[in-house]
Design a protein around this ligand. Structure first.
Ligand code: SIN
Length: 358
């Protein structure tokens, strides 16, 4: 009886050890992907399955987002951290800095192969471009969101998250900068923008196009970003506790300089002018603009059009006034580059060069 018991015990031990070895081998085969959650509709909940407007964003915690998609464990060793829980219109510079520092720490670890960030779609493009400029690693970083809350019929979040984890763990995505993945489409964080208020195909890079697509579970790339990003930028946020204030001033017919004055009075160190057409500045705005320049505020000319290159010395004499032309960055992205530029210099020639390079 005693011998038989010992034999069974020995068999069970060997079996459990073999299982452990097999599981460890299986885990070693898969990439390690960290999911950092910030909130948004992907963590949202509605009252009924047909609620696709009027739901509450940023309520589902990261562990639930992960356990809702059990298929994740088939493609990666996944773990999560809650960085914030906000609808992304309430994203702050403090959260950006916290997120960027955490991403850099994680990607420094040899046991992290990639990072996925769940985020609201409203300002997702801004966070993506910010991280594209301050993450110091070639490892993949993917921002993902959804247009429908998790409680909705045909919720897009679970599949977006699943494919983002595949992307973050893939060799093909290395060195491509910070990417955005929704609706099976992979975009560069620099080029992408939200173009439609309420549909799942909202993210586009209107003139430039996506980097690639998913076919089934396979990411396929067709191009890579040429503008400097991640490891190749001069920006470092690890020691920063705040970013310089930069405001965007939107121009429209009949507007004078009131909003520019408001930015000056609020203590802006930089102003992005979202001008009409090719970044035009109205005659009535010049007195306020000149006041800003006289106070050492850096003024970037961008366009409310949202696409196209701002021609330097085109619609304004940039050399004479000391303006910076925003290249083809839309106003919200120009603001991010200007904030980071101001952490390095106030020299408008150097800042202009950054706008040509990033
Ligand atoms: C948000 O940006 O947090 C709300 C909208 C969304 O995620 O689609």
């Amino acid at each position: 009886m005693g011998k038989r018991y010992l034999k069974i015990l020995a068999f069970v031990c060997v079996f459990l050890m073999a299982m452990q070895v097999a599981l460890a081998a299986q885990a070693a085969d898969k990439p390690n992907v960290k999911i950092l959650a910030t909130g948004g509709t992907i963590a949202g909940a509605g009252v009924t399955s047909t609620t696709t407007v009027g739901y509450t964003a940023a309520v589902t915690p990261v562990d639930k987002l992960i356990s809702n998609v059990p298929e994740l464990s088939q493609v990666a060793n996944v773990s999560g951290e809650q960085v914030s829980q906000v609808a992304s219109e309430s994203m702050t510079m403090e959260i950006w800095l916290k997120l960027a520092k955490r991403v850099n720490q994680l990607l420094d670890q040899h046991d992290v192969d990639g990072v996925v960030i769940t985020h609201g779609t409203d300002t997702l493009e801004e966070t993506a471009y910010f991280l594209n400029l301050v993450v110091k690693s070639d490892k993949p970083v993917v921002l993902v969101g959804s247009m429908r809350p998790g409680t909705a019929m045909s919720a897009d979040g679970p599949l977006n998250l699943y494919r983002s984890v595949i992307l973050a763990g893939s060799k093909e995505a290395k060195g491509k900068g910070v990417m955005v993945m929704l609706n099976d489409t992979i975009h560069s964080g620099r080029d992408v923008t939200k173009t439609i208020t309420d549909r799942v195909d909202t993210f586009k890079a209107p003139e430039i196009g996506p980097l690639g697509f998913f076919t089934g579970d396979k990411p396929v790339f067709y191009r890579e970003p040429l503008r400097k990003h991640t490891r190749h930028t001069e920006f470092n946020v690890m020691d920063l506790t705040a970013l310089p204030r930069v405001d965007i001033v939107y121009h429209y017919a009949g507007n004078a300089g009131t909003m520019i004055e408001a930015a000056i009075n609020a203590g802006a160190k930089g102003i992005v002018h979202a001008g009409t057409g090719n970044g035009s500045i109205a005659k009535a705005e010049y007195p306020a603009i000149e006041q800003a320049l006289a106070q050492g505020i850096v003024v970037v000319r961008s366009a409310r059009v949202g696409n196209g290159i701002i021609a330097r010395n085109g619609e304004a004499n940039d050399d004479k006034y000391g303006f910076v032309a925003s290249d083809n960055l839309n106003p919200q992205k120009a603001r991010i580059l200007l904030m980071l530029a101001l952490t390095k210099t106030n020299d408008v020639k150097e800042i202009q060069q950054m706008f040509w390079e990033y």
